[in-house]
Design a protein around this ligand. Structure first.
Ligand SMILES: Nc1ncnc2c1ncn2[C@@H]1O[C@H](COP(=O)(O)OP(=O)(O)OP(=O)(O)O)[C@@H](O)[C@H]1O
Ligand SMILES: [Mg+2]
Length: 265
């Protein structure tokens, strides 16, 4: 992958300019500009370039990622597979801007995360990315529904009740909307976490083992929903999974081992 995985992406990139018109628009307005769209570079909504991640220092250091490059196309469904400890969660956290690489670059559309300060990175993540953690990270004092709508409320965005109801039904937790996490099974908590990630209609959703606690019927429900999110809503989804049934529903499977991509199908 080259250094500029530009997507046709609405992410605001700060540009100081007297016209106040963004560069792409200016290019189209300028008579001498080349025809739009014909000379675009490969499109990626998120990309990692030569990513390394080391935890700790010295002889005890863990090299969790050892040079991973990966470009995710918009509107695609990618599964990441690999043995325990191969770096799957680490890679997802870096691509989602939840953690920073020891070296290498992460791009969200045209924005290089390394160029952003902590506050801008958080803002970009909140507006563009949904994340389902391997450990769910639900807040115990809130009900399922309150957990799902919390990120929107934090961001001061309105809650689309129709979309909320659809998500509760699609994930099969409508009858649990007022239950707190302690009153939910592991699989139900997982589905609340997934609904929360989708609630803000983010451009890209990362889900770390979204079907890891589910039986095969619920796995199928969730995978069908994720496929619909990609097919009907144009969402981009990246999941980590150990489950071949889940991986088989993806457009692309990326295999990690010892912090490297060893193959793709
Ligand atoms: N915060 C951390 N501090 C130190 N080492 C870490 C940390 N997080 C992960 N590691 C190590 O980095 C390596 C990769 O971990 P990671 O969580 O990415 O694996 P994984 O592929 O998601 O595994 P699993 O399938 O078990 O979830 C492992 O050796 C792990 O012990
Ligand atoms: Mg993991």
């Amino acid at each position: 992958m080259t250094a500029h995985p530009h997507a046709d992406d609405p992410t605001p990139v700060p540009e100081s300019d007297a016209t106040g018109i963004e560069p792409q628009t200016r290019a189209v307005m300028t008579p001498s500009a080349p025809p739009a769209l014909e000379i675009r570079e490969p499109v990626a909504i998120v990309a990692g370039e030569d990513l390394y991640k080391r935890y700790g220092h010295g002889p005890g250091a863990v090299h969790a990622l050892n040079g991973v490059s990966l470009a995710i196309a918009p509107g695609s469904f990618t599964a990441i597979m690999g043995p325990s400890g191969s770096g799957k969660s680490t890679l997802m956290h870096l691509l989602a801007g939840l953690d920073t690489p020891s070296s290498g670059e992460v791009w969200i559309g045209p924005t290089r995360l390394g160029d952003l300060g902590e506050a801008d990175r958080t803002r970009l993540r909140r507006s563009r990315i949904g994340f389902v953690f391997q450990t769910f990270n639900l807040l115990g004092m809130l009900t399922a529904e309150q957990n799902i709508t919390l990120p929107l409320r934090i961001a001061g965005r309105p809650v689309d009740r129709e979309w909320l109801d659809w998500l509760l039904i699609a994930t099969g937790i409508a009858d649990k909307r007022r239950a707190r996490p302690a009153e939910l099974s592991g699989g139900e908590q997982q589905r609340v976490a997934l609904a929360r990630a989708l609630m803000g209609k983010p451009a890209i959703v990362f889900a770390d083992e979204p079907t890891g606690n589910l039986d095969s019927v619920n796995t199928d429900t969730i995978l069908t929903m994720l496929r619909r999110a990609v097919g009907d809503l144009g969402q981009t989804i990246v999941i980590v999974t150990h489950d071949p049934q889940a991986a088989a529903r993806a457009d692309r499977i990326v295999f990690l081992e010892d912090g490297r991509i060893i193959r793709e199908t």
